[in-house]
Design a protein around this ligand. Structure first.
Ligand code: URA
Length: 255
C-alpha cells in the first residue's frame, strides 16, 4: 500500500535512508539529475514529487515538500515511515542582514519557530536545531565549492507576506503584532526567512531522525521586498550543488 499523500510504496524506495527535500516539485528532477543522470521518477501526487537516484550503490530520494510547515510535516512523516532517517532541505530564502546578498548560501544551525506546525510535535520551549553531522557536511561542501556562505539562525515563518513583514501584498496590511518583527529578528542576529526549517528540525529531533537545511538567498530583505528573479536560477543551482556534495561526503564518511 502506498503512503497516502506521497503515493510512494516501500518497494519503490530500494532501501533509501537519505532524502533531499526541495519545496518546489519542479526542482525535484534537476536535483535528482545533479546526483545521477539515470535518476527515475517515482511518484507525483499533489505537491509531492519524488525521484530515486544512486550515489554509487547508495539510493537517495529527492521529494518535494510543498510550501510551509503543514505540507513539510506530512512529507517527513510519510518518508520516515518508508525508511528515511536523514533529511536535507534545499530551499530558497530572503536574507534580513545587510551584509548577506542575493546568491549567498545560508546553512541553518537553528530556527525560530514561527512555522505554525512544529508546536503540534513539541512545546514551544523545545529547540529547533540542525543535526550536527549534516551541518558539518553542508559547511564543508559550501567551503569546498567556494560559494559565499553563512551559518546561523533562520526564522521559519508560516506565511510569505505577513509573517515576513512584506507590505507588497493584496491588502498591504501587516497586523500590529508582526509590524517591526523583521527589524527585531535582524537585531537578534537572525540571518534569513524561509518557511520549513523549524518544522523539519523539531519533527526530526522528536522522532530521533536527522535534519539539515541549506538555502540560497534570492531576496535581500534589508534592501528590498522583491525576489531577485535575474539571479534566482544561479542561486538555486549553487544551493543544489552544496546539498548534493554534502550528501556525497556524508555517504563517503558512513562507508
Ligand atoms: N522564501 C521565503 O520564505 N522568503 C523569501 O524572501 C524568499 C524565499
Amino acid at each position: 500500500m502506498p503512503v497516502y499523500h506521497l503515493d510512494l510504496s516501500q518497494d519503490q524506495m530500494e532501501g533509501s535512508t537519505i532524502a533531499l527535500l526541495p519545496g518546489d516539485p519542479g526542482r525535484v528532477k534537476p536535483i535528482a539529475e545533479e546526483i545521477d543522470q539515470n535518476s527515475r521518477e517515482l511518484a507525483y501526487n499533489r505537491e509531492y514529487h519524488s525521484y530515486l537516484s544512486f550515489i554509487g550503490n547508495t539510493p537517495v530520494i529527492t521529494c518535494s515538500t510543498g510550501i510551509g510547515g503543514s505540507s513539510t510535516s506530512i512529507a517527513i512523516e510519510e518518508l520516515a515511515e518508508l525508511g528515511i532517517r536523514k533529511f536535507i532541505r534545499i530551499g530558497t530564502s530572503g536574507s534580513i542582514q545587510e551584509d548577506i546578498s542575493v546568491g549567498t548560501i545560508v546553512i541553518t544551525n537553528g530556527a525560530v519557530r514561527l512555522d505554525g506546525a512544529s508546536d503540534h510535535f513539541a512545546p514551544m520551549t523545545y529547540p529547533a536545531v540542525s543535526d550536527p553531522a549534516i551541518l558539518f557536511h553542508l559547511i564543508k561542501s559550501a567551503k569546498k565549492l567556494g560559494y559565499p556562505y553563512r551559518v546561523g539562525i533562520t526564522a521559519s515563518s508560516a506565511t510569505f507576506y505577513q509573517g515576513q513583514e512584506r507590505y507588497d501584498s493584496f491588502s498591504a496590511y501587516v497586523p500590529r503584532h508582526l509590524r517591526g518583527s523583521l527589524e527585531e529578528w535582524q537585531k537578534l542576529n537572525v540571518l534569513n526567512y524561509e518557511m520549513e526549517a523549524a518544522t523539519m528540525f523539531v519533527l526530526c529531533s522528536t522522532m530521533g531522525l536527522s535534519a539539515g537545511c541549506v538555502c540560497g538567498i534570492i531576496a535581500a530583505r534589508a534592501k528590498s521586498e522583491h525576489v531577485a528573479m535575474d539571479l534566482k536560477a544561479e542561486t538555486v543551482k549553487r544551493t543544489i550543488e552544496v546539498a548534493v556534495n554534502a550528501i556525497k561526503s556524508l555517504i563517503d564518511e558512513d562507508m
